[in-house]
Design a protein around this ligand. Structure first.
Ligand SMILES: Nc1ncnc2c1ncn2[C@@H]1O[C@H](COP(=O)(O)OP(=O)(O)OP(=O)(O)O)[C@@H](O)[C@H]1O
Length: 225
């Protein structure tokens, strides 16, 4: 693998969920690459399969069909244990629901220290907190923060330790304009430092800073691939 190779690549990914004994098709034959040093946006209407695809690319779920490579490593054939180890070391993930991202008993600073430890220390967590407008919150626990502040801490936690791949599911969903501006700035800054950044969004402010937009409709890639 060379530095020019994409950080993430998937090919022919299809997936369905069983609902009342019958499969509900969420993705059909999706192929894409996510380059380093850029912000790539996964767009599309509600229910189009964005979260499903992000979870599969983030090695949280295994697709029914297709390949998923992280930094040149095919992940769909790895054991659950090895996939989890690869995810922890190489991928930062921000879940859509703030409650899924943070541990109630850790302060903001402790989250960042944990993120750095999981990946081998790197980056500058204090600078990232400042950039996200959270410089004064390092000693606070999630319950002492608003939903929007928790979502920004989740982004800092996911980026702590500089994982090469950063995935975020609707990172501005809970945020007002000012906070969205901070998150958008942080996503661009992470891309400028060489991270591969992939976010799902409906938000025009996030779409505006995308280097590339990949559009899903009914689980199928709609843009010119
Ligand atoms: N756990 C699940 N069980 C059953 N069906 C599911 C599950 N998760 C998603 N689906 C279905 O899969 C399809 C894709 O859902 P997904 O959440 O990936 O879309 P999305 O584009 O992220 O939507 P949104 O923008 O509303 O978050 C939808 O038809 C949805 O109902």
């Amino acid at each position: 693998m060379t530095p020019a190779d994409p950080a993430l690549r998937c090919g022919g990914v299809s997936h369905s969920y069983p609902v009342n004994g019958a499969p509900v098709r969420a993705l059909t034959g999706v192929s894409l690459t996510v380059p380093r040093g850029a912000v790539t946006v996964l767009a599309g209407p509600s229910g189009s399969g964005k979260s499903t695809l992000l979870r599969i690319l983030g090695c949280l779920d295994r697709p029914e069909e297709g390949s998923v490579e992280v930094e040149g490593v095919e992940t769909t054939t790895l054991s659950t244990r090895r996939r989890r180890a690869l995810r922890r070391a190489r991928i930062g993930y921000v879940f859509q629901d703030p409650a899924d991202n943070l541990l109630g008993y850790l302060t903001v600073a402790e989250h960042l220290a944990l993120g750095a430890r999981l990946r081998g220390a790197g980056g500058d967590p204090a600078a990232l907190l400042e950039a996200l407008g959270l410089g004064a919150r390092a000693g606070h626990r999630p319950a002492q923060l608003s939903g929007g502040e928790q979502q920004r801490v989740a982004l800092a936690f996911a980026a702590a330790g500089d994982p090469p791949v950063l995935l975020a599911d609707e990172p501005s969903a809970q945020l007002d304009r000012a906070a969205t501006g901070l998150v958008v700035g942080a996503l661009r800054e992470l891309a400028a430092r060489g991270h591969a950044v992939l976010v799902t969004t409906h938000d025009p402010e996030v779409l505006a800073v995308a280097d590339e937009v990949i559009e899903l409709v009914d689980g199928v890639r709609r843009d010119a691939a």
